[in-house]
Ligand binder design. Structure first.
Ligand SMILES: Cc1cc2nc3c(=O)[nH]c(=O)nc-3n(C[C@H](O)[C@H](O)[C@H](O)COP(=O)(O)OP(=O)(O)OC[C@H]3O[C@@H](n4cnc5c(N)ncnc54)[C@H](O)[C@@H]3O)c2cc1C
Length: 472
């Protein structure tokens, strides 16, 4: 029996990477040296939970945000420890959630680093990855390398490249804010500056709330192709545990959903359309995997946007704030697309073609904030690592055109559709494969399953005769 240690490198230390590391640290099947490469100073926060803005709330109730699949009220207990008025239905500040995940990692490191497994956090970016046999070399931004037996890509919510319509003058003048999470850039928006927000999803909602909390008084335009905001949550319904849903065509599934929503008044156990949407959550991945590819494509093309605004909802208190701003006439939502950008410095003129209209209109603002949200197509994602992995043939685009080709268990397949032993992905990169793979209720289970899988693979390699290991 060998006593060799196995090295696991996790690229990205947001929720998915951090929780995978937590479960790897706990396991006792193999001896693991775990490295998380993450440029941020704290593990577990990623994009979603790094915000310091107290008005940025979770979009899932506290009772459903446990990071541990085995302990449903783990987060609720933590949150109540901070503020006893928090209830199961509360939408807690995302900063508090970041504190929570970070504290779980810190506890694990303190408790386990002296034992058989250890974890280190390298503050850097991985820009490339070489595969040689069953081993990998990660190349970091400063040119240094780390070797690993197993690699987990936990890259999360990745931003996109700068849009084609952007002019150099707008970039140079800082009138265009590409990264909506650049706190300094958002702070620099003056109260009297008209703003154009591109995108109308939850990132746009965050930015409107943030600007208003800082006393922004000028006009805010929100532009997206369909001009649809996410719906709001409600607290007036009970969740149902399980539902039968076996439709092999998207159209029949949609008809069933509509029928159930229309039947609300006559169905005593269903009180709100949100309940109909939410009861699909536990079985969405299973349903998605059962669909033929042609139906998955149909869903992405025709229904994804509508599904997203019903499924990803904003907290009621956030929705109230948005409505209040709308009533002042200072918030305008436009369905359309940008034709061109003119002007420079503080006076940008954006020519917009509104949906369904034949003539364009001009919008004049001082700032443009890109809120198109996380990107999922390899063509638009701005990630040197993914570009290099693709160039090396180690990954390829999922057939749906979003994310990468990966098995449902996170195993990455290369351009020849061969499984790459030891190379895994977790989180939003699996969205095309699983449909639901971006939020904590799915990711906490993925993290546990992936850690268990890696530990058992490492155990087999460390000691091919498993019975000998059990007896030792
Ligand atoms: C604004 C926002 C709010 C959200 N709110 C909720 C919510 O309320 N409830 C919920 O369930 N879900 C929410 N989500 C969904 C969110 O995707 C998950 O909750 C979770 O945060 C995803 O974690 P992750 O680790 O997969 O991704 P991320 O949080 O994006 O973390 C990925 C990390 O990888 C790092 N990284 C990327 N590339 C590299 C590289 N090449 N080298 C090294 N490091 C790299 C990044 O720095 C980042 O820290 C929200 C998402 C966003 C964007």
């Amino acid at each position: 029996m060998t006593s060799q240690r196995t090295s696991v490198a996790i690229v990205g230390g947001g929720f998915s990477g951090a929780m995978t590391a937590v479960h790897l640290l706990k396991q006792r099947l193999a001896q693991l040296d775990i490295t998380i490469v993450e440029p941020r100073s704290e593990l577990g926060r990623g994009i979603a939970y790094s915000t310091q803005c107290p008005e940025h709330l979770l979009n899932v109730p506290a009772s459903e945000m446990s990071a541990l699949p085995q302990e449903a009220d783990h987060f609720l207990k933590f949150a109540r420890g901070q503020d006893s008025s928090i209830s199961a239905d509360s939408f807690v500040a995302r900063k508090v959630y970041g504190d929570y995940v970070n504290s779980i990692v810190a506890q694990q490191i303190t408790g386990r680093n002296s034992g058989r497994n250890c974890l280190r956090h390298l503050r850097s970016e991985v820009v490339d990855l070489e595969a040689s046999g069953n081993h990998y070399a990660l190349i970091l931004a400063d040119g240094s390398r780390i070797d690993a037996d197993y690699v987990v890509l936990a890259l999360g919510n990745l931003g996109g490249k700068q849009p084609g319509w952007l002019k150099d003058a707008a970039i140079a003048s800082h009138a265009y804010i590409h990264d909506p999470w650049d706190t300094k850039a958002i702070e620099a928006v003056c109260a009297d500056e008209d703003v154009l927000i591109i995108g109308s999803g939850l990132t746009a909602i965050d930015k409107i709330v943030e600007l208003k909390s800082k006393g922004h008084k000028a006009h805010i335009y929100v532009l997206s192709r369909r001009g649809l905001f996410p719906n709001r949550h409600t607290k007036n319904y009970q969740r149902r545990p399980q539902v039968e849903f076996k439709y092999l065509s998207v159209l029949s599934a949609l008809k069933n959903l509509r029928r159930r929503v229309a039947d609300l008044a006559s169905t005593s156990d269903v009180t709100d359309w949100r309940q109909v949407v939410d009861e699909l959550r536990p079985i969405t991945q299973q349903w998605w995997l059962s669909l033929p590819q042609s139906e998955q494509k149909r869903f992405v093309r025709h229904l994804q946007t509508y599904w997203d605004i019903h499924r990803h909802r904003m907290a009621c208190e956030i929705s109230d704030k948005i409505e209040k701003t709308r009533q002042t006439g200072k918030l305008e939502i436009i369905a359309g697309r940008i034709i061109q950008l003119g002007g420079e410095g503080k006076h940008l003129t954006i020519e917009v073609m509104e949906r369904g209209k034949k003539t364009s209109r001009n919008i004049c603002v001082s700032k443009i904030i890109n809120c198109t949200g996380p990107q999922s197509s390899l063509e638009t994602i701005d990630s040197p690592l993914l570009t290099n992995l693709r160039r090396r043939g180690l990954i390829h685009c999922h057939v749906l055109g979003t994310g990468i080709a990966v098995r449902p268990d996170g195993q990455i397949v290369d351009q020849k559709d061969q499984v790459l032993k030891g190379l895994f992905a977790i989180g939003p990169l699996l969205k095309a494969t699983l449909m639901e793979s971006v939020a904590v209720p799915e990711l906490r289970r993925q993290a546990l399953n992936l850690a268990t899988r890696i530990a058992s693979l490492a155990k087999r390699e460390d000691c091919p005769d498993e019975s000998a290991l059990e007896m030792a």
